[in-house]
Write a protein that binds this ligand. Structure first.
Ligand code: ZN
Ligand code: ZN
Length: 391
Protein backbone atom coordinates (compact mmCIF):
# COMPACT_ATOMS: atom_id res chain seq x y z
CA UNK A 1 0.00 0.00 0.00
CA UNK A 2 2.72 2.41 1.08
CA UNK A 3 4.93 1.43 -1.85
CA UNK A 4 1.90 1.73 -4.14
CA UNK A 5 1.49 5.35 -3.13
CA UNK A 6 5.22 5.87 -3.48
CA UNK A 7 5.04 4.60 -7.06
CA UNK A 8 2.18 7.04 -7.65
CA UNK A 9 4.27 9.95 -6.29
CA UNK A 10 7.12 9.02 -8.64
CA UNK A 11 4.70 8.85 -11.59
CA UNK A 12 3.23 12.21 -10.63
CA UNK A 13 6.66 13.87 -10.65
CA UNK A 14 7.16 12.34 -14.11
CA UNK A 15 3.79 13.75 -15.23
CA UNK A 16 4.79 17.21 -13.94
CA UNK A 17 8.21 16.96 -15.60
CA UNK A 18 7.54 19.15 -18.69
CA UNK A 19 6.18 21.99 -16.48
CA UNK A 20 9.06 21.63 -14.01
CA UNK A 21 11.71 21.71 -16.74
CA UNK A 22 10.08 24.82 -18.21
CA UNK A 23 10.14 26.55 -14.78
CA UNK A 24 13.73 25.45 -14.10
CA UNK A 25 15.00 26.69 -17.47
CA UNK A 26 13.06 29.97 -17.32
CA UNK A 27 14.65 30.82 -13.95
CA UNK A 28 18.09 29.84 -15.26
CA UNK A 29 17.71 32.07 -18.33
CA UNK A 30 16.66 35.04 -16.18
CA UNK A 31 19.34 35.15 -13.47
CA UNK A 32 18.51 37.57 -10.63
CA UNK A 33 20.90 38.42 -7.81
CA UNK A 34 20.08 38.51 -4.09
CA UNK A 35 16.85 40.27 -3.08
CA UNK A 36 15.98 40.97 -6.75
CA UNK A 37 14.51 37.57 -7.61
CA UNK A 38 11.13 38.90 -8.78
CA UNK A 39 10.78 36.86 -11.96
CA UNK A 40 11.71 33.60 -10.18
CA UNK A 41 9.16 34.25 -7.45
CA UNK A 42 6.50 35.06 -10.05
CA UNK A 43 7.10 31.82 -11.98
CA UNK A 44 7.22 29.61 -8.87
CA UNK A 45 4.24 31.12 -7.07
CA UNK A 46 2.08 31.04 -10.23
CA UNK A 47 2.65 27.28 -10.47
CA UNK A 48 1.97 26.77 -6.76
CA UNK A 49 -1.25 28.85 -6.88
CA UNK A 50 -2.47 26.93 -9.91
CA UNK A 51 -1.99 23.79 -7.82
CA UNK A 52 -4.06 24.96 -4.82
CA UNK A 53 -1.29 26.23 -2.56
CA UNK A 54 -2.11 29.37 -0.53
CA UNK A 55 0.68 31.81 -1.38
CA UNK A 56 1.85 34.80 0.67
CA UNK A 57 4.58 36.91 -0.88
CA UNK A 58 6.78 39.36 1.04
CA UNK A 59 6.99 37.34 4.27
CA UNK A 60 9.46 38.40 6.97
CA UNK A 61 9.68 41.87 5.44
CA UNK A 62 11.54 40.53 2.39
CA UNK A 63 9.87 41.39 -0.91
CA UNK A 64 11.16 38.27 -2.70
CA UNK A 65 10.42 35.77 0.08
CA UNK A 66 7.20 33.77 0.08
CA UNK A 67 5.48 30.82 1.59
CA UNK A 68 3.03 28.50 -0.09
CA UNK A 69 0.91 26.33 2.15
CA UNK A 70 -1.14 23.21 1.63
CA UNK A 71 -2.96 21.64 4.56
CA UNK A 72 -3.53 17.92 4.16
CA UNK A 73 -6.22 15.82 5.83
CA UNK A 74 -4.05 14.85 8.84
CA UNK A 75 -4.77 17.76 11.15
CA UNK A 76 -2.30 16.57 13.79
CA UNK A 77 0.43 15.73 11.31
CA UNK A 78 3.77 17.53 11.22
CA UNK A 79 4.55 20.65 9.21
CA UNK A 80 7.28 20.00 6.67
CA UNK A 81 8.93 22.83 4.81
CA UNK A 82 10.54 22.48 1.40
CA UNK A 83 13.01 25.30 0.84
CA UNK A 84 13.29 27.16 -2.44
CA UNK A 85 16.47 29.12 -3.14
CA UNK A 86 16.48 31.05 -6.42
CA UNK A 87 19.13 33.76 -6.35
CA UNK A 88 21.91 33.85 -8.94
CA UNK A 89 25.49 35.11 -8.61
CA UNK A 90 26.69 38.49 -9.85
CA UNK A 91 28.21 38.32 -13.36
CA UNK A 92 28.09 34.55 -13.88
CA UNK A 93 24.38 33.82 -13.45
CA UNK A 94 23.04 30.55 -12.04
CA UNK A 95 26.48 29.10 -11.35
CA UNK A 96 25.22 27.68 -8.04
CA UNK A 97 22.22 26.04 -9.75
CA UNK A 98 19.54 27.51 -7.49
CA UNK A 99 17.08 27.13 -10.39
CA UNK A 100 17.32 23.40 -9.61
CA UNK A 101 16.95 23.91 -5.84
CA UNK A 102 13.65 25.77 -6.09
CA UNK A 103 12.13 23.70 -8.88
CA UNK A 104 12.86 20.42 -7.08
CA UNK A 105 11.13 21.68 -3.92
CA UNK A 106 8.12 23.03 -5.78
CA UNK A 107 7.83 19.84 -7.86
CA UNK A 108 7.97 17.69 -4.72
CA UNK A 109 5.31 19.77 -2.95
CA UNK A 110 2.87 19.67 -5.85
CA UNK A 111 3.36 15.96 -6.56
CA UNK A 112 2.83 15.09 -2.89
CA UNK A 113 -0.30 17.18 -2.66
CA UNK A 114 -1.77 15.76 -5.89
CA UNK A 115 -1.26 12.14 -4.90
CA UNK A 116 -1.19 11.84 -1.14
CA UNK A 117 -3.32 14.68 0.28
CA UNK A 118 -5.20 12.27 2.56
CA UNK A 119 -2.01 11.27 4.36
CA UNK A 120 -0.42 14.68 4.75
CA UNK A 121 -0.04 17.18 7.56
CA UNK A 122 1.01 20.59 6.36
CA UNK A 123 3.42 21.26 3.50
CA UNK A 124 4.99 24.71 3.28
CA UNK A 125 7.21 25.74 0.40
CA UNK A 126 9.32 28.56 1.80
CA UNK A 127 10.88 30.84 -0.81
CA UNK A 128 14.17 31.90 0.75
CA UNK A 129 15.91 34.72 -1.17
CA UNK A 130 19.52 35.80 -1.12
CA UNK A 131 21.40 32.68 -0.06
CA UNK A 132 24.49 34.07 -1.82
CA UNK A 133 25.66 36.54 0.81
CA UNK A 134 22.33 38.09 1.83
CA UNK A 135 21.35 35.71 4.65
CA UNK A 136 17.69 35.53 3.60
CA UNK A 137 17.00 32.54 5.84
CA UNK A 138 18.49 34.33 8.84
CA UNK A 139 15.99 37.17 8.46
CA UNK A 140 13.14 34.68 8.01
CA UNK A 141 14.21 32.83 11.19
CA UNK A 142 14.29 36.11 13.14
CA UNK A 143 10.83 37.03 11.85
CA UNK A 144 9.44 33.72 13.14
CA UNK A 145 8.70 32.14 9.75
CA UNK A 146 9.95 28.71 10.92
CA UNK A 147 8.33 28.89 14.37
CA UNK A 148 5.69 26.24 13.71
CA UNK A 149 7.69 24.18 11.24
CA UNK A 150 8.91 20.71 12.29
CA UNK A 151 11.65 20.20 9.74
CA UNK A 152 13.18 21.67 6.59
CA UNK A 153 14.36 19.91 3.47
CA UNK A 154 16.08 20.91 0.26
CA UNK A 155 18.42 19.51 -2.37
CA UNK A 156 21.32 21.34 -3.97
CA UNK A 157 22.99 20.47 -7.29
CA UNK A 158 26.58 19.31 -7.02
CA UNK A 159 29.24 17.19 -8.73
CA UNK A 160 28.49 14.32 -6.30
CA UNK A 161 25.39 12.82 -4.74
CA UNK A 162 25.82 13.08 -0.99
CA UNK A 163 23.32 13.13 1.82
CA UNK A 164 25.50 15.02 4.29
CA UNK A 165 28.16 17.59 3.63
CA UNK A 166 29.27 19.79 6.51
CA UNK A 167 29.42 23.57 6.06
CA UNK A 168 31.61 26.24 7.53
CA UNK A 169 30.62 29.26 9.57
CA UNK A 170 31.33 32.43 7.61
CA UNK A 171 31.30 36.17 8.20
CA UNK A 172 32.12 39.09 5.93
CA UNK A 173 34.53 41.76 7.18
CA UNK A 174 35.41 45.02 5.44
CA UNK A 175 38.57 46.96 6.26
CA UNK A 176 38.69 50.62 5.23
CA UNK A 177 42.03 52.39 5.57
CA UNK A 178 42.27 56.19 5.67
CA UNK A 179 45.55 57.95 4.81
CA UNK A 180 46.62 61.23 3.26
CA UNK A 181 47.14 62.08 -0.43
CA UNK A 182 50.31 63.67 -1.79
CA UNK A 183 52.27 63.71 -5.06
CA UNK A 184 53.86 60.25 -5.14
CA UNK A 185 57.18 61.48 -6.59
CA UNK A 186 57.60 65.06 -5.36
CA UNK A 187 56.19 64.80 -1.81
CA UNK A 188 55.90 61.11 -0.82
CA UNK A 189 57.06 61.99 2.71
CA UNK A 190 53.89 64.11 3.13
CA UNK A 191 51.60 61.19 2.25
CA UNK A 192 50.08 58.38 4.31
CA UNK A 193 49.51 55.38 2.05
CA UNK A 194 46.13 53.75 2.65
CA UNK A 195 46.81 51.10 -0.02
CA UNK A 196 49.83 49.89 1.95
CA UNK A 197 47.42 49.29 4.84
CA UNK A 198 45.42 46.94 2.61
CA UNK A 199 48.52 45.22 1.17
CA UNK A 200 50.02 44.62 4.62
CA UNK A 201 46.67 43.23 5.80
CA UNK A 202 46.88 40.61 3.05
CA UNK A 203 50.51 39.87 3.95
CA UNK A 204 49.76 39.60 7.67
CA UNK A 205 46.86 37.23 6.99
CA UNK A 206 49.09 35.15 4.71
CA UNK A 207 51.59 34.86 7.57
CA UNK A 208 48.78 33.87 9.94
CA UNK A 209 47.63 30.97 7.72
CA UNK A 210 50.41 28.61 8.79
CA UNK A 211 49.22 28.80 12.38
CA UNK A 212 45.59 27.92 11.63
CA UNK A 213 43.64 24.66 11.58
CA UNK A 214 43.03 23.01 8.20
CA UNK A 215 39.33 23.83 7.92
CA UNK A 216 39.88 27.62 8.11
CA UNK A 217 39.38 29.61 4.91
CA UNK A 218 40.24 33.31 4.63
CA UNK A 219 39.81 34.94 1.25
CA UNK A 220 39.56 38.57 0.19
CA UNK A 221 39.55 41.11 -2.60
CA UNK A 222 40.72 44.72 -2.80
CA UNK A 223 37.65 46.88 -3.28
CA UNK A 224 39.35 50.31 -3.41
CA UNK A 225 43.02 50.83 -4.20
CA UNK A 226 43.53 54.45 -5.23
CA UNK A 227 42.93 56.51 -8.35
CA UNK A 228 46.28 57.00 -10.11
CA UNK A 229 49.88 55.88 -9.54
CA UNK A 230 51.01 59.47 -8.97
CA UNK A 231 48.60 60.06 -6.09
CA UNK A 232 49.34 58.42 -2.75
CA UNK A 233 45.99 56.73 -2.02
CA UNK A 234 44.19 58.43 0.88
CA UNK A 235 41.61 55.66 1.00
CA UNK A 236 41.75 51.94 0.28
CA UNK A 237 39.61 49.02 1.32
CA UNK A 238 39.35 45.27 1.26
CA UNK A 239 36.56 42.78 1.78
CA UNK A 240 37.21 39.37 3.34
CA UNK A 241 35.25 36.24 4.16
CA UNK A 242 36.51 34.29 7.17
CA UNK A 243 35.32 30.69 7.59
CA UNK A 244 35.84 27.77 9.96
CA UNK A 245 34.04 24.59 10.92
CA UNK A 246 33.89 24.90 14.69
CA UNK A 247 32.09 27.95 16.06
CA UNK A 248 34.27 28.78 19.05
CA UNK A 249 37.47 28.53 16.99
CA UNK A 250 35.83 30.56 14.21
CA UNK A 251 35.35 33.47 16.63
CA UNK A 252 39.03 33.32 17.63
CA UNK A 253 40.15 33.35 13.99
CA UNK A 254 37.94 36.37 13.25
CA UNK A 255 39.72 38.24 16.07
CA UNK A 256 43.14 37.25 14.72
CA UNK A 257 42.20 38.51 11.25
CA UNK A 258 41.12 41.84 12.72
CA UNK A 259 44.46 42.06 14.53
CA UNK A 260 46.25 41.55 11.18
CA UNK A 261 44.47 44.64 9.85
CA UNK A 262 45.07 46.65 13.02
CA UNK A 263 48.78 45.78 12.79
CA UNK A 264 48.82 47.01 9.20
CA UNK A 265 47.20 50.24 10.32
CA UNK A 266 49.87 50.83 12.99
CA UNK A 267 52.72 50.05 10.59
CA UNK A 268 51.45 52.48 7.95
CA UNK A 269 50.15 55.24 10.21
CA UNK A 270 46.71 54.95 8.63
CA UNK A 271 43.37 55.00 10.43
CA UNK A 272 41.20 51.93 10.08
CA UNK A 273 37.46 51.22 10.14
CA UNK A 274 36.46 47.61 10.60
CA UNK A 275 32.93 46.76 9.47
CA UNK A 276 31.58 43.33 10.31
CA UNK A 277 28.49 42.01 8.50
CA UNK A 278 25.72 41.95 11.08
CA UNK A 279 24.92 38.28 10.50
CA UNK A 280 27.08 35.16 10.52
CA UNK A 281 26.28 31.95 8.64
CA UNK A 282 26.54 29.18 11.23
CA UNK A 283 28.13 25.76 10.56
CA UNK A 284 25.67 23.11 9.37
CA UNK A 285 24.27 20.74 12.00
CA UNK A 286 23.42 17.51 10.15
CA UNK A 287 20.53 15.23 11.05
CA UNK A 288 21.69 11.72 10.18
CA UNK A 289 18.26 10.16 10.80
CA UNK A 290 16.65 12.44 8.23
CA UNK A 291 19.60 11.94 5.87
CA UNK A 292 19.16 8.15 6.26
CA UNK A 293 15.48 8.33 5.24
CA UNK A 294 16.43 10.43 2.22
CA UNK A 295 19.17 7.92 1.29
CA UNK A 296 16.68 5.02 1.43
CA UNK A 297 14.30 6.88 -0.84
CA UNK A 298 17.00 7.65 -3.37
CA UNK A 299 17.89 3.97 -3.44
CA UNK A 300 14.15 3.26 -3.96
CA UNK A 301 14.52 5.16 -7.26
CA UNK A 302 17.90 3.47 -7.97
CA UNK A 303 20.12 6.42 -7.17
CA UNK A 304 23.26 5.65 -5.16
CA UNK A 305 25.21 8.02 -2.97
CA UNK A 306 28.77 8.76 -4.17
CA UNK A 307 31.62 7.91 -1.81
CA UNK A 308 33.11 10.93 -0.12
CA UNK A 309 33.97 12.56 3.15
CA UNK A 310 31.32 14.76 4.76
CA UNK A 311 34.15 17.24 5.38
CA UNK A 312 35.06 17.38 1.69
CA UNK A 313 34.54 20.53 -0.42
CA UNK A 314 32.91 22.53 2.36
CA UNK A 315 31.24 25.84 1.62
CA UNK A 316 28.76 27.81 3.72
CA UNK A 317 25.05 28.57 3.59
CA UNK A 318 22.41 30.36 5.62
CA UNK A 319 20.78 26.93 5.99
CA UNK A 320 23.47 26.42 8.66
CA UNK A 321 21.51 28.80 10.90
CA UNK A 322 18.24 26.99 10.23
CA UNK A 323 19.84 23.61 11.00
CA UNK A 324 20.28 24.77 14.63
CA UNK A 325 16.58 25.73 14.91
CA UNK A 326 14.89 22.67 13.35
CA UNK A 327 16.10 19.35 11.87
CA UNK A 328 17.27 20.02 8.35
CA UNK A 329 18.57 18.22 5.27
CA UNK A 330 20.57 19.83 2.45
CA UNK A 331 21.29 16.86 0.16
CA UNK A 332 23.64 17.17 -2.79
CA UNK A 333 22.45 15.75 -6.12
CA UNK A 334 25.00 15.18 -8.85
CA UNK A 335 24.44 17.05 -12.13
CA UNK A 336 27.96 16.86 -13.63
CA UNK A 337 31.30 15.09 -13.37
CA UNK A 338 33.52 15.92 -10.44
CA UNK A 339 35.96 18.09 -12.38
CA UNK A 340 33.27 20.74 -12.64
CA UNK A 341 32.88 22.85 -9.49
CA UNK A 342 30.12 25.21 -8.43
CA UNK A 343 30.42 28.99 -8.92
CA UNK A 344 32.05 28.40 -12.32
CA UNK A 345 30.68 28.94 -15.86
CA UNK A 346 30.79 25.16 -16.51
CA UNK A 347 28.59 24.52 -13.49
CA UNK A 348 26.19 27.22 -14.67
CA UNK A 349 25.89 25.37 -17.99
CA UNK A 350 25.39 22.07 -16.17
CA UNK A 351 22.45 23.62 -14.29
CA UNK A 352 20.67 24.04 -17.64
CA UNK A 353 21.79 20.76 -19.21
CA UNK A 354 19.93 17.49 -19.62
CA UNK A 355 21.85 16.09 -16.63
CA UNK A 356 20.83 19.16 -14.66
CA UNK A 357 17.17 18.57 -15.44
CA UNK A 358 17.59 14.89 -14.53
CA UNK A 359 19.11 15.93 -11.19
CA UNK A 360 16.21 18.30 -10.54
CA UNK A 361 13.70 15.46 -11.12
CA UNK A 362 15.70 13.10 -8.87
CA UNK A 363 15.70 15.82 -6.20
CA UNK A 364 11.94 16.35 -6.50
CA UNK A 365 11.30 12.61 -6.16
CA UNK A 366 13.69 12.24 -3.21
CA UNK A 367 12.12 15.17 -1.37
CA UNK A 368 8.54 14.05 -2.03
CA UNK A 369 9.17 10.43 -1.00
CA UNK A 370 11.05 11.45 2.15
CA UNK A 371 8.35 13.90 3.22
CA UNK A 372 5.74 11.23 2.51
CA UNK A 373 7.58 8.70 4.73
CA UNK A 374 7.68 11.19 7.59
CA UNK A 375 4.02 12.16 7.23
CA UNK A 376 3.07 8.47 7.23
CA UNK A 377 5.19 7.38 10.20
CA UNK A 378 5.10 9.55 13.32
CA UNK A 379 7.89 7.42 14.80
CA UNK A 380 10.24 8.66 12.07
CA UNK A 381 9.49 12.26 13.05
CA UNK A 382 10.13 11.30 16.71
CA UNK A 383 13.51 9.77 15.85
CA UNK A 384 14.52 12.84 13.83
CA UNK A 385 13.49 15.12 16.71
CA UNK A 386 15.33 12.98 19.31
CA UNK A 387 18.54 13.18 17.34
CA UNK A 388 18.10 16.93 16.92
CA UNK A 389 17.62 17.39 20.66
CA UNK A 390 20.60 15.15 21.40
CA UNK A 391 18.54 12.51 23.26
ZN1 ZN B 1 26.61 29.26 -4.05
ZN1 ZN C 1 24.01 27.37 -3.62
Amino acid sequence: MQNGLKESIIKEVERLKPDLIEICKTIHRNPEVKFKEFKAVEVLTAFLKKNDFGVTQGIGGLETAFNAVFKGAEKDGPTISLLAEYDALPQIGHACGHNIVCTASVGAAVALKNVAHDSLGKIVVVGTPAEEGGGGKITLIKKGIFKDVDLAMMVHPSNKTRMVRLMLAVVEIRFIFHGKSAHAAAYPYEGINALDGVILTFNNINALRQQLKDDVRIHGIITEGGYAPNIIPDRASAQFYVRALEERYFKKVVEKVKECARGASIATGTKIDIKMEEFTYRPFKPNYTLAGIFRENLSFIDIKEDPGDERGDMGSSDIGNLSHIIPTIHADISICDDKIVCHSPDFRDAALSEKGMKGMIIGAKGLALTAFDIFRSPDKMDMIRKEFEGK
